[in-house]
Every structure is written in structure tokens, then in C-alpha cells.
Design a protein around this ligand. Sequence first.
Ligand code: UDP
Length: 234
Amino acid sequence: MEKLEMLYEGKAKKVYKTDDPNYYWIEYKDDATAFNGEKKGTIVDKGIVNNKMSALLFKMLEEKGVPTHFESLVNDREQIVKAVKILPLEVIVRNVAAGSLAKRLGLEEGTPMKKTVLEFCYKNDELGDPMVNDDHIFAMDFATELQLETIKHYAYKVNELLKAFFIKRGLKLIDFKLEFGVYEGKVILADEISPDTCRLWDAETNKKMDKDRFRRDLGDVEAVYQEVLGRIQG
Ligand code: UDP
């Protein structure tokens, strides 16, 4: 496959066309942002960690029956994915209260919850990704009823698969964000799964092993990204 012109540059990735209209070529960057782009920086080799980790996790999920956009790795920083049309929703899955939920409800981070919580945000940087409910999603046509039902089904399934996967590697999956796209009329998992998009705490010590180290200036950022990749590669 051939890498053609850049279609889009996001905060963490560049998306290129290929000579096959069914596939995109993704390049993962080391650029890091937080608080809706207010905080900017670099996490050295983050692009390599996130590229490899997403590839490994998407492959595992696909094998367990979750359709994903992942096709193949090109090199340390690049991968080929199906050319999906991304639905304008961020799907947040929460197992333990943390981050914006802890803040919103006045809970201490780490507070257990009686059930898994799904949240949806409208993907729009100018608006700061506002939270929306099912009615907003249908009213604004962000997704159809059938698409949302499929998204919820896959989101819970991905959660169960990831929780089991990570705990075997000594990591607790606190929360994470998914994005879905439409390919050949079907909803499939897209974007990435990495320490940028998950909260992962060490199972023994509760050490934060994710982008919160960058967001909150906790130090050790690069080492922790490498540690997570090392653990999941086994
Ligand atoms: N998240 C993400 N991208 C976003 C917002 C959230 O990947 O634009 C992830 C974040 O890393 C965390 C989960 O979704 O694992 C829940 O994030 P939260 O709503 O607590 O927001 P944050 O504290 O990151 O602002």
C-alpha cells in the first residue's frame, strides 16, 4: 500500500489517504495535549507506545468478536486502518469514579461504583466536548437508534475484555474513551486505546500509569508509558 496526501492532522495522530480508498494510513505523534488543548507538550516516544498498544489491543478485541478498524502495523509509529466515517461521539466507560466524574459529583477519586457508567460526549473541541444523552444524540442525528444500541453493546463488551486483559498485567482499568466509525454500513471500533485514552492504575500500589501523569505533572511520564507497553506485551 502507498501513503498518499495527508487528510487530517489531529492532536495525537496524522491521517493519510492511501492508494486504496478503503484504507487510511495513520501516523502516531509524540504531541500531548490536555484540558481541551490548553496544556501542550511532548511525551517522547508516546507515538510508538500508542501505535503498538492500540494495534495489540484492537487485534485482541477483533479475535474476541469486536469489529475494529485495525488492519496492520506498518512500523513503530504507523498503522493501516479501515477508512471509517467517525461518529461525532466520545464514548466514556467508567468502572471507578475518577477525573471529571469525581469532580462533577464531589467524589473522591477511586470511589467504587455499583455499576459501570457509560457517558457520551459530542466530539467538538470548540464546545469542549459537551456531555449528551440518548435524546440529544437522536435529535441532532449524531447516531441512529440502531447505531447507539450497537455502540453500547460493544462498549460494555470491550470493557469486560479490557478489564480482564489489564488485570492479568497488574493494571486496574479505571475508565477509558472509545470512538466508533461506520464502515460498509456497519458500526466498528475506531481511533485508539492507549494510556492517552485510558486511566490505568497499578493493581498493587494504585500508581497512576496513564496520561494523568502528564495532565497533573506527576513526573515519570515517559517511563510509565514504556512500562505499560512492556506489561501488555508480556
Ligand atoms: N478521555 C479521552 N479523551 C477526551 C476525554 C477523556 O481519551 O477528550 C478519556 C480519559 O483519558 C479518561 C476517560 O476518558 O480515561 C474519562 O475522562 P474524564 O471525563 O474524566 O475527563 P478528563 O479528566 O480526562 O478531563
